[in-house]
Design a protein around this ligand. Structure first.
Ligand code: MTE
Ligand code: MO
Length: 321
């Protein structure tokens, strides 16, 4: 019998984390101040967000702890804000942090809300953000098999949807990112079909885990993370979590989503994290947490099965990947 002994030599260098993401001082400072941020109350987080001069990284006050947070160690602030997928600013992980802070203007901002609802309108961003914001520390799993733990600041999408009064024909929700090649220079190249679009089934959109994020680590969301408003759906691969949203549309038919349009054999509509369904070009069974050395097993629904598995009880998740 041959026993395979795992050594460091088995790990290809591409999987060894970039040292700058590995350990950093700021992470510890942030972790310590986070407790203080979430304990604070009185002034309102959204007051700051209403100002047209608000800057990425400004501290949000009065953020309360939300449900469903993992107690796993958050990924460093530096990694979360410099290792991004945001093709509107380039296809590598570093470009969004270099370009988006200079070119994207996340204030003032408005969101068109349309389709099968009683209250369609173009809403100012400040009218969409509730007074109380929550911190939710969620796992975040990218299809390329890396993952992070991110302390988001946001609010349940369900609360917002109820305000729009969806009709009985609203079966899906479609989200659209800003299209403006001057602010998003990556859109000058046809790498993807612009603008980026994503969709959720109505029950997924209403699930209590689904949030719209306006901040992270207790601070205003940096542009590269999808300012001023981005979706977070923690049991799905990262590409479902669309950034810099300018349109929310309620529809009867399943909407198209950008990655499924670009490569339908590789990316589906559902995009549930599923270690049993491999991406055609690589396994989905394991993941590397950014900042860690060894890979870990990927959990079904990214570890959120208890909250979400019931929504897919009668579906073959190999067909609906
Ligand atoms: N508009 C837009 N949204 C997007 C993307 C994108 O390229 N454009 N990339 C997606 C992918 S593939 C991932 S993994 C997450 C990354 O989010 P993060 O950079 O905040 O970690 O954003 C998603 N949302
Ligand atoms: Mo991704």
């Amino acid at each position: 019998m041959l026993i395979k002994i795992k050594t460091n030599l088995d790990i290809p260098s591409s999987e060894i984390t970039d040292k700058k993401l590995y350990l950093n001082r700021r992470e510890f400072i942030r972790a310590a101040s986070m407790a203080a941020v979430t304990a604070a109350s009185g002034s309102l987080g959204s007051d700051l967000l209403m100002s047209d001069t608000v800057q990425a990284g400004e501290k949000l006050e009065g953020v309360v702890k939300g449900p469903y947070s993992t107690d796993e160690k958050p990924t460093s602030y530096t990694a979360i804000t410099t290792y991004n997928n945001f093709y509107e600013f380039g296809t590598d992980k570093e470009s969004p942090a270099e370009i988006a802070p200079k070119t994207l203007k996340p204030r003032p901002w408005s969101v068109a809300v349309e389709g099968e609802i009683n209250k369609p309108a173009v809403y100012h961003l400040e009218d969409l953000i509730p007074k109380t914001l929550e911190e939710r520390v969620y796992r975040h799993r990218c299809v390329e098999a890396w993952s992070m733990v991110i302390p988001w600041v946001g609010f349940p999408l369900a609360d917002l949807i109820k305000r729009f009064e969806p009709t009985s024909k609203a079966k899906f929700v479609e989200f659209t990112t800003l299209y403006d090649p001057e602010q998003m220079p990556g859109q000058k190249r046809a790498i993807l079909k612009w603008p980026y679009v994503e969709g959720l089934r109505m029950d997924e959109a209403m699930n209590p885990l689904t949030i719209l994020a306006v901040g992270l680590y207790g601070e205003v969301l940096p542009n590269q993370n999808g300012a001023p408003l981005r979706l977070v759906v923690p049991w799905k691969y990262g590409f479902k979590s669309i950034k810099s949203i300018v349109k929310i549309r309620f529809v009867e038919e399943q909407p198209m989503n950008t990655w499924a349009l670009a490569a339908p054999d590789e990316y589906g509509f559902y995009a549930n994290v599923n270690p049993e369904v491999d991406h055609p070009r690589w396994s989905q069974a394991r993941e590397r947490r950014v900042g860690e050395f060894f890979k870990r097993k990927t959990l079904m629904f990214n570890g959120y099965a208890e909250q979400v598995a019931h929504m897919y009880a009668n579906m073959d998740l190999r067909t609906y990947f």
